[in-house]
Design a binder for this molecule. Sequence first.
Ligand code: HEM
Length: 444
Amino acid sequence: MQRIAGIPVSKGGIIGDTLGYLGRHSAYLRELQAMHGDVFYYRTLLSLNLMVLDPLAVDRIFNVKGVSDKDFDLYQMLKSTLGDGLVSIGTNEDWIVRRQMMNKGYKPAGSKESMAFYKQEILDETNRLLNEWEMRGTTFVIDPIAEFQNLAIKVISRIMFGRDIVEGVWTLPQHLNNIIRSLLLYGMVGTRAANLINGKRLRSSTKVAYEAMHQMIQISREAKGEHRMYMIDVLVDMLDSNMITTKQLLDEFVTALSAGYETTTRSLAWALIQIAHNDDVQLKLHQAVDGLTTTVELDKAEYAWWCGREAVRHATPAPGLARRLLEPVQAGNFLLPAGAIVNTSAQTLNTDKRVYGETAELYNPDHYSTLKEIPKAGNLAFGGTTRECAGKLIAEAEMAYTLAATSQRYWFEPIHQQIPALKLGIVLSPDTSKGYHLLRVHRR
Ligand code: HEM
């Protein structure tokens, strides 16, 4: 077996590892883990990557400040797609300052009033979707991914801009998809090759996106003096006080749209598929939410929040995380040197029995009532605590309200008995190739 500094190297070869990593992600990594242990190298198209699945080491690397950062080529590559947005800034002074500023848009300055306002927008948008469903009769079939893609883009654009830009001049999903797909390409083949393959399309999509956002800035400025609470209003005030540049504002929006669109779509779809396959969970969800209508009431329906949270754990949309070590870290038998770039898979850890116990591989929202404490290394679905997702509150509210509101009105049933496999594209997602993800919906 080939080894580098004692660490085993997978024999998958370039294509084998790449297809395995993308196609079967967690199952494939688990096979490599069974062969090599918790620390090994695997290849993707042009690079050799160090994978660490040792829970203690992962906890230290991703949850302890000053042990690792995001200043390395992967994140510089992301600049081609996400510019100066939060995701592509290294973990340094610039990021701390920007994150503090941006939190005012994502978790509106800790103000309960503004967060309640976002939550109401999310619930209203979900109810609009359900009113459309009403027109389809008492029993019909849905593709949850398509339904929730539509919803997620509306929710996020309403929170950000206060209006539904999908129906405006901007064909948002198409351009966003192009921007998001480019991220994967840059990660897999590097900047040069990705620019050759997709540079032109990416530039044109980014241009359309920026033009639409310029219009939104204008609309926000014209509304000055009114009670303005959307994310763009918070950011335009910062722009007009010279706290951020126009480019930073535009990049931040492309970042948030890209980071928050496919992730919530796929998690919601996975939650609903699992719920449809599990009558006990579906009945418990009904008991928890029936009769509740306001966001304040729904906030107390813990089980609805657990159903969303469990989907993110069980099928972690953004499983691949990477960091550069700032100091040596012990990972099992190996001392990884400062400077090493370490990858981990939140999905693999989230379904590791050492982390979540014997039921780790089951979708079971009751994990949150039985586990005394969520294990740290099994809680990286929204990133490590040192660099946690800025949109987590928004995403969790969207999932809880949507699952609550849909199940108050409908009963979901799988068309096929088989649960779809998970496949890693830009995010981890139910494989749609055999239609196993389609659901039959009955009005209750
Ligand atoms: C289920 C839904 C979501 C999941 C699983 C998710 C996951 C993640 C993860 C894992 C990271 C960290 C990446 C890393 O450390 O390399 C991240 C960062 C981020 N996410 Fe999310 N996300 C979700 C929804 C959202 C939403 C709805 C938004 C926007 C409204 C959003 C905006 C961001 C931003 C701006 C960052 C960068 C934060 C920073 O670096 O300071 N995400 N997300």
